[in-house]
Write a protein that binds this ligand. Structure first.
Ligand code: AVJ
Length: 316
């Protein structure tokens, strides 16, 4: 299945290059976490989800069958579903199995190849469903196919919202409200604040898959935009920043070195880091305030027994 491509402007590689050069020119060097997800990165992320230490994935997954039943009872009419950051499309299956009268499913993702494969597979399992994948930057407003005439149920699982700063999360939620249109609902997974030891383990797994996922970003820069990172010379570092309520991932330069990307050269001091990801954690109250500022109300909240992870149903 070939996905529609939209709002990847001007061209993907120009944008990628631009973002990388801008990020590495800052005092604290940064790289946007959305670029983790090339084919290899998407596969590595799927392996992270299989790790015992990475509780968010399986915790949310275990909540979904019950959520699907209750949401199905709450929705009084047929809906089309739009998934933000669709990835491997595992979680949507649990919803689709319980929700009746879903006609169209629109998965949005930045990783095109991964999205196309996953969409084709889903389509073969739910022949009555029309699957319309769109490769896009889903953090912006997305124009949905005009065939979609029903009210929309948005689905944003996995606490991907945690990748955004609270300010950017508010912007995302507000754009999602515009993308989804009137009378929309949004089912969103949000990782909870909790014992930092549990968080630390989840982002420093013993097999080093998260480290590989992190370093893959440098590999990708080498392959796609002519970087010459010595990937062995950078080490994965993840910690919980209590003040900001977030896990931060960094890549730490193991020595003084220079890196060239295209024609631009960057110097690294020994121990200097590139900040590659934030993963914000929220209390229900914090998330309620954030959602409210973007024009959403919490209708229902589900959590596991230990409150490791929550899923909220929002209405606009
Ligand atoms: C996909 C953004 C939810 O922040 O937990 C997993 C990505 N990074 N391990 C997260 C991730 C390191 C993940 N999200």
């Amino acid at each position: 299945m070939e996905a529609l491509r939209c709002n990847l402007n001007p061209t993907f590689l120009d944008q990628f290059t631009n973002d990388v050069l801008t990020g590495l020119s800052q005092q604290q060097k940064t790289l946007p976490s959305k670029y983790f997800y090339n084919s290899r990165g998407s596969r590595l992320f799927d392996r992270i989800c299989d790790l015992e230490e990475y509780y968010p994935y399986r915790t949310e997954l275990s909540l979904l069958p019950r959520i699907a039943q209750e949401v199905s009872a709450l929705l009084q009419q047929p809906y089309d579903i739009v998934e933000f950051g669709a990835g491997s499309l595992v979680k949507i299956r649990l919803l689709l199995q319980h929700l009746e009268h879903i006609r169209n499913f629109v998965p949005l993702d930045i990783a095109g190849e991964h999205l196309n494969k996953a969409s084709a597979l889903l389509k073969s399992e739910f022949p009555a469903l029309s699957v319309m994948p769109i490769v896009c930057d889903f953090t912006r407003k997305v124009s949905l196919p005009t065939e979609l005439t029903l009210p929309r149920l948005g689905f944003f699982p996995g606490s991907t919202i945690g990748n955004f700063t609270p300010q950017a999360a508010q912007t995302f939620l507000s754009n999602a409200r515009k993308t989804l249109g009137p009378n929309a609902m949004l089912l969103i997974g949000v990782d909870s604040k909790k014992d930092p030891h549990i968080l630390h383990r989840a982002y420093n797994d013993s097999l080093g898959v998260t480290a590989e996922f992190n370093v893959n970003l440098l590999q990708r820069i080498n392959e796609e935009i002519c970087g010459d990172f010595d990937v062995q010379a950078f080490q994965h570092y993840a910690f919980y920043n209590t003040r900001q309520g977030r896990i931060e991932m960094h890549l730490v330069s193991q020595k003084r070195q220079e890196v060239t990307i295209g024609h631009t050269r960057f110097s690294f001091a020994e121990g200097e880091s590139i900040h590659t990801e934030n993963s914000h954690k929220y209390t229900t109250q914090e998330f309620r305030d954030l959602a409210q500022k973007a024009g959403w109300q919490i209708r229902s909240t589900w959590a596991d027994e230990q409150q490791l992870f929550r899923v909220h149903l929002l209405s606009s």
